[in-house]
Design a protein around this ligand. Structure first.
Ligand SMILES: C[S@@+](CC[C@H](N)C(=O)[O-])C[C@H]1O[C@@H](n2cnc3c(N)ncnc32)[C@H](O)[C@@H]1O
Length: 264
């Protein structure tokens, strides 16, 4: 497919062939952001079967750029992936990238086997960062915010002011099992009211601290640009995001009091 052949149907095809979790118009908007990147590398955290990475890669090609795309996933334990096997899932991603003719210039990072923070060169400037992983934006921003160029694109999926009460209703033993299954110590380390709610709260923190400016939202994917060149550690964000995690956990245990005698 040439750049001229890219149309709305392309984004439907991306969604279909990658069992994509995002709507076609979100893939299109990611592509359009990538077309507008003038400087820096591209980072996709949580590509699953590749829908987001293909959209970024088509945008990079349309812009006539060659800077690397780093695409990082744990490649296991998500129903967005085709199988439960890491190597098979990496092959699925590679095949999907090749099917759209964008396999070159893409570095795949297997999180869990490779350290994402150092696999992406420390001195590389990021022109576009797309995150659709586990909602731990505090970890992701700690690792990558300072590497984003001022004005660079930050695109965050699953950003919605909606708290789901699924885990609120889990009996204590089931909740404990769930937390352990995710390799976490406490529910506070996860997203107790769902990923959307935590991402929404964190995004609001980062915007109100002046680290990013919101441009638009397509479905539940928010498009932002980095504002200024504040150092993340000195921006107040690490403290604000930690307080937000505490507040969400507090609200979660309060909500559980309606269901259980002991909220723990
Ligand atoms: C909702 S899916 C992504 C959908 C994908 N962006 C698309 O276009 O269809 C979330 C992905 O994040 C991955 N993931 C979860 N935690 C992660 C982490 N800590 N680092 C990287 N990827 C992670 C999951 O394995 C899963 O593939």
């Amino acid at each position: 497919m040439t750049n001229e052949e890219i149309s709305d149907q392309t984004f439907d095809a991306i969604r279909r062939s990658t069992a994509g979790m995002l709507k076609s118009d979100v893939y299109k908007a990611i592509y359009e952001a990538a077309v507008n990147v003038k400087e820096g590398i591209y980072v996709d955290i949580g590509p699953a079967q590749g829908g987001s990475t293909i959209s970024i890669a088509l945008g990079r090609r349309a812009a006539g750029r060659q800077d690397l795309i780093y695409t990082a996933d744990v490649f296991t334990g998500s129903n967005a992936l085709k199988t439960s096997d890491v190597n098979t899932n990496v092959s699925v991603l590679k095949d999907n990238l090749a099917a759209f003719g964008v396999g070159d210039g893409i570095n795949i990072i297997i999180v869990g086997q490779q350290d994402i923070e150092t696999s992406i060169p420390k001195d590389a400037s990021i022109g576009l960062l797309f995150i659709d992983a586990d909602g731990a934006l505090d970890r992701d921003f700690e690792q990558f915010y300072d590497r984003i160029i001022p004005g660079g694109f930050v695109i965050l999926d699953d950003c919605e002011d909606k708290a789901i009460e699924k885990y609120v209703q889990y009996p204590p033993d089931r909740l404990e099992k769930y937390v352990k299954s995710k390799g976490a110590k406490k529910i506070r380390d996860l997203t107790p009211f769902g990923k959307h709610y935590t991402v929404y709260k964190f995004t609001k923190n980062l915007v109100s601290l002046g680290l990013m400016k919101e441009i638009k939202t397509v479905n539940n994917t928010v498009f932002l640009r980095k504002t200024g060149d504040k150092a993340y550690a000195e921006s107040g964000a690490p403290q604000a995001l930690a307080e937000t995690r505490d507040a969400i956990a507090r609200d979660f245990f309060e909500a559980r009091e309606d269901y259980f005698d002991t909220a723990g």
